[in-house]
Design a protein around this ligand. Sequence first.
Ligand SMILES: [Zn+2]
Ligand SMILES: [Zn+2]
Length: 264
Amino acid sequence: MAIVLFFSAHWIISAFFQSFFHHRYASHRMFTMTPRTERTFHVLTYLAQGSSYLSPRAYAILHREHHAYSDTERDPHAPGFFANVLSMMWTTAMRYNAHLTGTSSPEPRFLGNYPEWPWLDRVGSTWAARVAWGTAYGLVYLWLATAWWQFLLLPVQWVLGPVHGAIVNWCGHRYGYRNFRTNDASRNFLPFDFLTLGELFQNNHHRGGAAGATSAGPRAPAAIRGDAAINEARVTEDAGAPAAPPPAPSHTNALSAGRSARPG
Ligand SMILES: [Zn+2]
Ligand SMILES: [Zn+2]
């Protein structure tokens, strides 16, 4: 029972910082912080994510690419282009690592306006640091576990950050319902949304614009806000006409939707 509580608490705390700091702050600038508060949350995010720490800078660039090219072949993690969630996670990790190590060439519009702390990002991303955190989690399991099956949770706990990302990116663009007709396959998935603290309202989020509860603030550049708002229409406001079926997350549909909606 103690291990389940440990796992659950770590899950919620890790999900909170990924949603609050990486997504809402670093990627979208939905709110502002003083430099000192930003530094404090950067450290807290590192402590919360531990073995699966994600650089806010690399995360923000990756996520802005996702919004600009959602469900097209230029989306770093469009589920319609992958046979399974593991292959999507692997491709996403490769792209993230390229942003982390500076071997990628992101569009200039995706750069800037995110927390930068090269030392912490570099040290926190080393295998030595990740293994040290993972070992510490393992010691807690050795101390508190009361049944063998509880150790099955340990590998998941080592990679909580990517697991949260995979749940949101896979389920949020594949399963659930749509409130808004966007030019992608984004959906809302309430049952799992409780596990990701609001991150699975992907359709509402991709609707874009400054009005959405999980959208970027009005001062954020267009690349940070995402440009889906230009073409969005509320499904329930479609006068008289039956709502068109949501775009299937298939290769062809995703591509054609993306090309008609995206500049360049
Ligand atoms: Zn977003
Ligand atoms: Zn999305």
